[in-house]
Every structure is written in structure tokens, then in C-alpha cells.
Design a protein around this ligand. Sequence first.
Ligand SMILES: O=C1O[C@H](COP(=O)(O)O)[C@@H](O)[C@H](O)[C@H]1O
Length: 232
Amino acid sequence: MQHPVEKFPDSATLAAELASRIGHLLADATTVRGRASLAVSGGSTPIPLFERLAHLDIPWEQVVITLVDERWVEPTSTDSNEHLVRTHLLRDRAARATFIGLKNQSLRARDGETGCEEHQNLVPRPFDVLVLGMGSDGHTASLFPGADTLAAATDMLSGRHCIAVTPVAAAHERMTLTLPTILDSHQIFLHITGQEKYRVLEKALAEGPAGEMPIRYILRQNLTPVTICWAP
Ligand SMILES: O=C1O[C@H](COP(=O)(O)O)[C@@H](O)[C@H](O)[C@H]1O
């Protein structure tokens, strides 16, 4: 499947447009189903998007927000994706949303998998909207190239929502949503900014093993629509 690439003049315009589209999709879902779900990424790219979303006038009390991945650090750490979401998204109007994170009390991520599964079962799925980022190594969520559990995390028949991952070249153990759970979404947006990420995207869209650039698992499937949003 060819997924559309939408280019914006700058990252602020991208964030404003993407927030508006997500807001409409969530509001429509609350009208139709009485509830909605939004899964978001961490890292630095989504901060302006989160700040736009937080101001939207939609029925946030009917929205459940979760993460596509988490670094296995305390939620008070500035490396924590939960910390990022609490700081930049769960405020203003969006403070009324319910947040279900991925980090729990287990010392090691792999010991936290069962607890994560239980919590993820509370999130309405299919996700109405899921927002992915992409690293310069082609990882998305915490599907990292060369990671010990990448095969399990991308197994479409695993029946798992969450899998612990130890990246080869990035800090922290992680918890990631699995590929089948990521794809259990009505709409995925891939949100990337900067020339370097555009070059990584071009490489990912070319031929090569999916495991070398796990974003390819998202770009090469045709179960779920993906809109790629890029700005310099
Ligand atoms: O570690 C992570 O990195 C990716 C990309 O982050 P960015 O800072 O380059 O935007 C992110 O999508 C993922 O959720 C996060 O855990």
C-alpha cells in the first residue's frame, strides 16, 4: 500500500493541522461510540502537537490516552514518555482525559509485561488515532533494529499487546505496543520533522529487510491507513 506523504511548511503548521485532524477524529468517535482512544509516541517531536491538542474543545472526559511505548524509568524522570504526556498533553482541556500508561512497579520491563497487558485491556480498541514517531535508525514505537524481542513484537499472531525490548544502541529497557496492537487502529499518523528524518523515510520506503528499519513494518502493511506528516 502507498501511504500518502503530506508536507507542511514548518513544524508549527504541521502540529496545528495534525492536532485539528486528531481532534475531529476523536470528537467523531465520541459522538458515534460515546468514547474514543488515542495512542501517542514519546520523544521530542510530538511536544508542539501535544500542546495544540491540550487546548482542543472536545469531550476529553470520554477519551482514553495511552502510549505506544515507554522507557522503563520512573514516571518522574524526564526520560519518561509518561512524564512527557503529563507535562505537555494532560493539561488545560485535555486534563479531563483518562491516561493509561505502560510503566508499572516491576523493576525490569520483562517482569512488567503481564501488568501492562492487563492495563492495555482497559483501553478501547481499535484505537481511534495512533501517532507514531520515527528515530534516525528507523525505529518506531520501541520496535528497534536488532533488538532481542523484535521478532516477537512484530509477530502478527502473538496475541500480545505489550512486549519488553532492550535496544542495542539506545538507552533504557522499553515497553512497546506490539505490531498487531499498533495496527489495531482506525488511523495511524506518522509524525516526523527535519531533513534527516526525511532521508530516513526515503530509505525506509526503498527496498530492504523490515527488521533493519522497523518503521517498514508500518509502511509495508495494508491493514491500517497511515498518513505520513512531515515538515522541515
Ligand atoms: O525513543 C523514542 O524515540 C522515538 C523518536 O523520538 P524523537 O525524539 O526523534 O521524536 C519516539 O517515537 C518513541 O516514542 C520514543 O520512545
